[in-house]
Design a protein around this ligand. Sequence first.
Ligand code: 0A1
Ligand code: ZN
Length: 867
Amino acid sequence: MSDVLEHPEAPTTPEHVAIYRKDYLPPDWLVPEIALDFDLDPDRTHVRSRLTVKRNGEHDRPLRLAGNGLTPLVVRANGADADWRVGGDALVIELPGNEATIETEVDIAPAANSKLMGLYASGGLLCTQCESEGFRRITFHADRPDVLSRYRVRMSADKARFPILLANGNLVASGDGENGTHWADWEDPFPKPSYLFAMVAGDLSANRDRFTTMSGREVELNIWVREKDLPKTGHAMESLKAAMRWDEEVYGREYDLDLFNIVAVDDFNFGAMENKGLNIFNSRYILADEDTATDIDFDNIAGVVAHEYFHNWSGDRVTCRDWFQLSLKEGFTVFRDQSFSGDMGSKAVKRIEDVRLLRAAQFPEDAGPLAHSVRPESYIEITNFYTATVYNKGAELIRMMQTILGPEAFRKGSDLYFERHDGEAVTCEDFVRAMEDASGVDLSQFRLWYSQAGTPRVKAHVEHDASNATAILHLAQSIPDTPGQTGKSPMVLPLKTALIGADSGVPQGEEQLVLLTEGSASVRFEGVVEPPLLSINREFSAPVLLDVERRAGELERLAEVDPDPFARYEACQELMMRALLAGARGESADSTSVIAAMRGTLISNALDPAFKGEALSLPTEGLIGDRMELVDPDAIHSSRETLRSAIGAALADELGRAQSVSISGADLSPQAKGIRRLKSVALSLLAAGNPERGAALAKAQFDAADNMTDRQGAMMVLASMDGPEREAAFAAFFERYRDDSLVLDKWFALQAAAQHEDTVDVVEALAKHPDFTVRNPNRWRALVSNFAANQWAFHHASGRGYRFVTDMILEVDRINPQVAARQVPSIGRWRRFEPTRAKLMRAELERIVATPGLSKDVFEQASKSLA
Ligand code: 0A1
Ligand code: ZN
């Protein structure tokens, strides 16, 4: 195993110090019990805390409690004034004995908390976000995930303004107080780390339901929202119940409290949070009806509701020892939510979506200046490590273990993991060891997946010997260098492989799981009578970059006959990619074979519409750029538009048929969603082939739509065109939805994503729109993140796009560093671009780093991107 350090010399300043995984030490003091008492008020909330602390092991070190922005008003030990001091961000208390009761009191101001970490105000509510280190903004505490406590919480607040008072666990008592106040006492029987603490106070209404668990226990389910939003909570509730049942059936995991609360809030830095028994959600992952939410929104809601629910076991019952182990809970839980969504709809389509996301977000991260391993070695600000690598590559690791062990041994491994570590804070190593112990499979080499960053590259080619019906598959792997990591060892790559007869289109023997463990290897296949087509890394069984030497016509044939839908999709995409890359390089690109493959897919009776929609979507401009030596955004754009218009013109009839199907927006079955998906893809290609007809069709689709999917699909097309239809649709949309903030986000997002010459101007103007605000993360991201993801527009040769995004990062950094820091990587990939743009991007990064008062969040991302 390589133990090379990543970023061994991570740039730091006196305020910005790096923390290393190798420095982990167990806590000096444990905190078995916590009692909290809140007098809630948006401007001044008084917090009293009583901690029972116990010395952990033989030492004489003081108790150190973290605090961020807190001034201690009272500090007592065992009922008397304590010997305390404030050192840096910690409250240090000298304690003579091995046990003590520590009382502290502080005042905090939720309404002034613009970072949305700790206790903050959102649309008249008071709510919390504690992961990773938000609890220390509420009260003094060790605030590390390996300190687990039982919590008792008293909440008091004005009854009229905050009629509902919620915290983790069970409500044990409530009553009225003086001066129009009321109070509630909550108790959570499960010891938990502080990052899982949560509390909400506000004027909320619940969608109430029940769930009977597999052992017959009744659980009360509530989804809390503003009263007017209640009709939009049905899908989230159905998704929750489906997830609860699925976790029982597939993992044997039962819910463990009598109550499960979900609250939706409008201002939230991430998607949602798995606080024990009280999940708090960004409202965009709860609220939906067909008039305001797209099919993708519905699917995302199901996925995120399931994800947070699954954390109850993979995260809450078994948690992380330290934040370097974040993927222990996140990789596993993402894998669990992906499997759930696959089981609820089409497995193949879900896999295609997940791989698309991995390639779009994780591969570039792994190839850039912020590359880090799934279990990072160091960080300056931990919230910068809630990344596609930790989440999505982490999920791929779990998937590979399942592939290598087989489903039954994998399930034994997960049972052993939960049983062995219930109530503990553990490591990625503990997870792998449980898998090994349950299966008897040695995963020593597999562990490199946790420590080595970078996407492995695999070269493959097949040699066929017709005379004795054999084929030899030659494989070679290499792991690229990443910041702070060079000279890496070969990894275990599980490659599902089949050889398909080029003439008959029939697989030559069974699919095999080839485990590539050496730098290079040759694998022999018997019974290969026909010249074989190589169908490799089926289902994307290993998250690698493949470089396959192919014979002429091989991809075309695979796109036609591969019985595995994922592999067939890959063949279509690779075929398109080759044409697009040739075009971007200025070579004359022949689109005939792409068009033929697309026609075959489109008219096939064996394929369902959802699959067709995926297979017919061209690789994004970003993905094309990732395959180039240096990215040239203009060349990529024109290559892609040229191919799109050739396809649109050649397949006008077939596409026209797919586009003209109409299906009731109320039908949310996977089939109906698939038909709508294909419809939007077809519309977009038709418009590329014939803009005039496209504009008319899009406007007609917009006007006739009884659902947001069709409406948004039409607007996406119109946004990239000129003419009265575009103006009319956007104006009508704005008028209709101006009071619905989640839908208004779409109005901003669609314009920021437009493939149009004027997008930079439009986006600059939208930043001055009265409905734009940097205070709401969803609105900020709708404009800024969507624009930065729009490669052609963002990388405008003038550098205006870079300047705009940098200005936005610096503006939001002053109030909400987490939101700001997550946008830095879009500028940080400067080395990948042609020299003129690279220089402009680099200059903006330098401007960021030179800004006085920069947060450590942004400092870390920007300085590492320059290093
Ligand atoms: N654990 C959550 C993600 C999350 C992380 C940080 C947050 O605030 C800084 C909020 C949510 C999840 O995986 O869903
Ligand atoms: Zn999670």
